[in-house]
Design a protein around this ligand. Structure first.
Ligand SMILES: [Fe+2]
Ligand SMILES: [Fe+2]
Ligand SMILES: [Fe+2]
Length: 427
């Protein structure tokens, strides 16, 4: 079956992440629902409909690469029917690349890669191209008529599609016309989240264990995506990961704990995917609303990581507890004292230490020794763990430095290369 070789925890995690990306999230889910219906109409086959639905949710994954939405012409034209949406775009190139290389989701990569190509440039005998064209039709409807709450007469929708008929294989055009007629479809996209949970997510096969190599790869990718949202945090998560692991080693935690601390460090700020770049980069003080949104990143981290909560169980909790404090003054659950295991305390100290030694829009970076005196103050105030800090002090005294090369450098290099060689349509 299609999508069979993909780990469903990774898949659900990724769709969940996509659905929270500002401006892209809702669009992704609407395309998911419409792709599902068009595919069902076209193939009369539930498993193919399911595959198309997931492919639809992931089709714009290239937008996860920071700044791409500003460079590409696709997002600005959302809902403007007169703008040309065909031709290969930067986000399709990056999307295809991301799905085939980092996430073990290569079965979906061609759909992301080809979803802006007209039928004349696709091969009807290639199943991936057919799915790409289905997603393309769904994308067309979603962009022009799919913002939940719009109530456009069906004739107008069909006419618009007819005007672009050369973009689609005739058989897919026909199936899409049938789908447009159904009220059920339009009502379904009014609440795409509900539809996704009920008809797609719940039908994915039981998730199997994700191996640690896959988890690391996904972690590196997520760390790259959230850290590159702001120039101030470019290496934040890989540093938190490395330092947490090293503190764990210093404190004589076992190998598995050290590995899980590293993975937790890579994922701890994943929830920042849902925070607008403008908040992350704002030079001045944040308004109360912005600040609360900023803090909420940890809530999203928690939600995303629930997809892995039955595997290597505890690291997902440690990652979500990096803003809790021992005296109960942290967030999101105001846990305190004994409720916070040593691994969470390690992540808390590592996160603050790394943050203090980075530049921020509103202050410059601290030296290691200055950061340590700041942390001592936090320990005295009952917020952070004293033993953890002592281990960190020992590491620093023995010459600890942040890692200079990690697999993230490789991701950055490749993405930069793809972006530079993209010239707006030759791809
Ligand atoms: Fe797109
Ligand atoms: Fe954080
Ligand atoms: Fe952090």
């Amino acid at each position: 079956m299609l999508g069979e070789r993909v780990n469903s925890s990774v898949l659900k995690f990724m769709v969940d992440v996509m659905s929270y990306v500002p401006r892209v999230g809702e669009h992704s889910l609407v395309v998911s629902v419409l792709s599902y219906f068009i595919s069902e109409e076209f193939f009369k086959d539930e498993s193919k409909a399911l595959f198309a639905g997931i492919a639809g949710a992931l089709h714009d994954i290239g937008y996860l690469v920071p700044k791409v939405s500003q460079m590409d012409s696709d997002l600005e034209v959302l809902y403007d029917i007169n703008v040309e949406r065909k031709g290969n775009k930067l986000h399709t190139t990056l999307g295809g690349f991301i799905l085939s290389n980092f996430l073990g989701l290569y079965e979906y990569s061609d759909v992301a890669f080809y979803h802006h190509l007209p039928a004349s440039e696709l091969d009807v005998l290639n199943p991936s191209h057919v799915f790409a064209n289905i997603v393309s039709a769904a994308d067309f409807l979603a962009m022009h008529f799919g913002s939940p709450g719009t109530d456009v007469p069906k004739d107008i929708v069909k006419e618009a599609l007819e005007d672009h008929s050369e973009d689609f294989f005739p058989s897919i055009l026909k199936a899409t016309m049938e789908v447009i007629e159904k009220d059920y479809v339009w009502w379904s996209i009014e609440d795409p989240v509900e539809f996704y949970m009920r008809n797609l997510s719940s039908h994915l096969k039981e998730s199997s264990q994700v191996d640690s190599a896959t988890l690391m790869e996904l972690g590196y990718f997520m760390a790259y995506v959230v850290d590159s949202k702001s120039p101030f945090t470019r290496k934040h998560s890989e540093r938190v990961a490395d330092l947490s692991k090293e503190i764990g080693r210093e404190m004589k935690l076992d190998d598995n704990d050290q590995l899980c601390l590293y993975i937790a460090g890579l994922f701890h700020d994943s929830g920042k995917i849902a925070v607008e770049d403008s908040i992350l980069e704002k030079p001045g003080a944040l308004t109360r609303k912005e600040y609360s949104y900023m803090r909420k990143h940890v809530f999203y981290t928690m939600k995303f990581l629930e997809h892995f909560s039955n595997q290597y169980r505890d690291w997902t909790k440690w990652a979500s507890q990096h803003h809790e404090r021992i005296d109960g003054s942290g967030y999101p659950l105001r846990l305190k004292g004994e409720e916070l295991p040593i691994q969470s305390r390690i992540l808390q100290v590592a996160d603050v230490f790394v943050a203090l030694t980075e530049n921020r829009p509103y202050r410059s970076s601290m030296t290691f020794s200055k950061a340590i005196s700041f942390l001592n103050e936090e320990v005295r105030n009952g917020k952070l763990d004293g033993d953890v800090l002592k281990s960190l002090e020992r590491l620093v005294k023995n010459g600890y430095t942040f890692p200079s090369e990690t697999p993230i450098s490789e991701i950055i290099e490749t993405v930069d290369f793809l972006m530079k060689s993209y010239d707006g349509g030759i791809w």
